[in-house]
Ligand binder design. Sequence first.
Ligand SMILES: O=C(O)CCC(=O)C(=O)O
Length: 292
Amino acid sequence: MNALELQEGHLSDTQVQQYWEQGYLFPISVFGTQKAAQMRAELEWIESEWSAADLPRSVKTYKRVNAHAVMPFAYDLAQRAELLDVVEGILGPNILIYGVEFFIKEPKTPHYVSMHQDLTYWGLGDTQKMVTAWLALSPATVESGCMEFVRASHKLAIRPHKDTFAEDNLLSRGQEVQANVPSSQRTAIELAPGQISLHHGMTIHGSGPNLSDDRRIGVVIRYMSTDVQPQNNAPDYAVLARGEYDFSAFRPIPKPSALFAPEALKAYDEIRQAQASVKLANTKVSKDPFHE
Ligand SMILES: O=C(O)CCC(=O)C(=O)O
């Protein structure tokens, strides 16, 4: 599929309209192939240098949730103007980063992501002002287990989900939307390295296993407008990426001074503990805030 044509790095009105109609938009070429390869090399350097290091949590845990709190690379990536220029078309000028996550499926592995709506357990209500940018750092194809989106599913309410805690499910609680989603309703979101898709916080989506010979590497960046309000009393955290914000509702996450810097590791645990009190509320099986 041809990449959408941006207007000096920004979405056109028609593309914005298409996002609100479908609940997603793709493929958007944000970085060139070379830049994407450089980002992948940086990630893979971190993996090879740090995986055996004596850290409080595994590198896998740090990559999977809130990577920006401990990895300057992830913090800076989420702030890139190329991404924010696109996201601004959906959220307006005041943009927060809610999370950065690496969704990685190793070659020929069974891991999948069950069909779900992101906002189900985040304690942010059914806000319209949250969008995920999913950046491919390797080819995301049907064979490698690219995402699948259900068109216009964001227009309905958040549906009931069932926690499965299934072993091969990459989601923290293996949550699965209680809705029948026939394959005819799913759109495969194939992306080349350096391309992104955008999806609304209520769009039903998931992905299958990676049957290819390469890793499938996605950087998932959750952006929201500064209007979003946590619906619970527990503290929640964000980073200001563009525009203005007084941090009245979210607490700031400082940029880590270095990779896995001690003060960042400490802050990381505080953030995960606080978020778990909302995100893992009502789960019967696991209340471990670092459960993957
Ligand atoms: O990377 C995947 O396959 C799923 C990612 C996902 O669920 C998300 O970005 O919300």
